[in-house]
Write a protein that binds this ligand. Structure first.
Ligand code: PEP
Ligand code: MN
Length: 333
């Protein structure tokens, strides 16, 4: 149960009430709530006088649940870009898999900016499967991203790989990306809960929808209400494609959660030939955002070479989304 406290309740009173019933105290944009969990079915007597209302949810889907908030949360990602809420925006996030060099990131940033896209991605701490693969430019890469932000007025999306550098990424980035392999790391989730920046949380490739949303609950209950969910493909018996994009899962997230949903067809497919058509399919689902990898010379990319689109492919795909967006009553930002 989530108990909304009356607006007259002070921060210290909210803490005392939370302690009294062993609930987590969360400051939501509208005021304090106590999250008492799924086993609490009625407002406890100890807090009844201070409660506005109690919302019962059946599972650990609490702050992320549409039962608690029927509207999708609205998040400001850039001064000109909002996601979720009433906006009907489909936000495009584009850029290379990794920041590799000044030249590579500058070329990608100039291209992305030329299309009017405001959200630029690029990883600097890469969660590679092999220790012998490129691991990312780390802080030097973050500095290059900061330069691109200043030059093109971007908001930057970059990922944390582990809790050792989470503070550094939070310092530089505008949106914290938590990757598929990092989403179970409680050090990261807790740091994201305390951060005052939006979080793009990716679904692990062996993660159920329930576990995925529970990871988001760690961030929400930690005090950060700005969480977006990203489906990027799960592992199934199929090996011809890199992963399987779970569009049924996306429909479930849209129905049951109040968090904006972003789709990542690049990592799901793993091969660039499928990415444009898959992106169109994602767009037709009326989603809140897309994250797509593009690189000046994909075959030479230091990570995810087979799936990144070259600029011509990206541009053609981007324009092809517009009639689909119109058909589903959304607009690209
Ligand atoms: C990425 O966005 O480049 C990435 C590593 O994604 P994921 O965590 O989904 O594998
Ligand atoms: Mn990648």
């Amino acid at each position: 149960m989530i108990i909304r406290l009356k607006s007259s309740v002070s921060p210290s009173q909210a803490q005392q009430l939370g302690e009294a019933i062993k609930a987590i105290v969360v400051k939501e944009p509208e005021g304090y709530v106590l999250v008492a969990g799924a086993s609490t079915k009625e407002i406890p007597a100890a807090v009844a006088d201070f409660a506005e209302e109690g919302i019962v949810t059946a599972t650990d889907l609490q702050l992320a649940s549409r039962k608690y908030r029927s509207e999708t949360r609205e998040i400001q990602l850039h001064k000109e870009v909002k996601i979720g809420g009433e906006t009907a925006n489909t936000v495009m996030i584009a850029g290379p898999c990794s920041v590799e060099s000044r030249e590579q990131v500058s070329e990608a940033a100039t291209f992305v900016n030329g299309l009017g896209i405001k959200m630029f991605r690029g990883g600097c701490y890469k969660p590679r499967t092999s220790p012998y693969s490129f691991q990312g430019m780390e802080e030097d890469g973050l500095k290059l991203l900061a330069e691109m932000r200043d030059l093109h007025d971007f908001s930057i999306v970059t990922e944390v790989r582990d809790a050792t550098h989470v503070d550094k990424v939070i310092e530089y980035t505008d949106v914290i990306q938590v990757g598929a392999k990092a989403m179970y790391d409680h050090g990261i989730l807790k740091a994201c809960g305390k951060a005052r920046k939006p979080v793009l949380l990716k679904r692990g490739f062996g993660t159920t929808l329930q576990e995925f949303v529970q990871a988001a609950e760690f961030i929400l209950s930690g005090g950060n209400s700005e969480v977006m969910l990203c489906e990027r493909g799960i592992r199934t018996f199929e090996t011809k494609t890199r992963f399987t994009l779970d569009l049924c899962g996306v429909a479930w997230l849209q129905e049951h959660t109040n968090l904006p949903v972003i789709l990542d067809p690049s990592h799901a497919m793993g091969y660039r030939y499928g990415v444009p058509a898959l992106t169109r399919a994602c767009t037709a689902m009326g989603i809140d955002g897309l994250i797509i990898e593009t690189h000046p010379d994909p075959d030479k990319a230091l990570s995810d070479a087979s799936q990144q689109l070259n600029f011509d492919q990206f541009e053609e795909m981007y324009h092809s989304l517009m009639p689909i967006l119109t058909a589903v009553g959304r607009r690209m930002v």
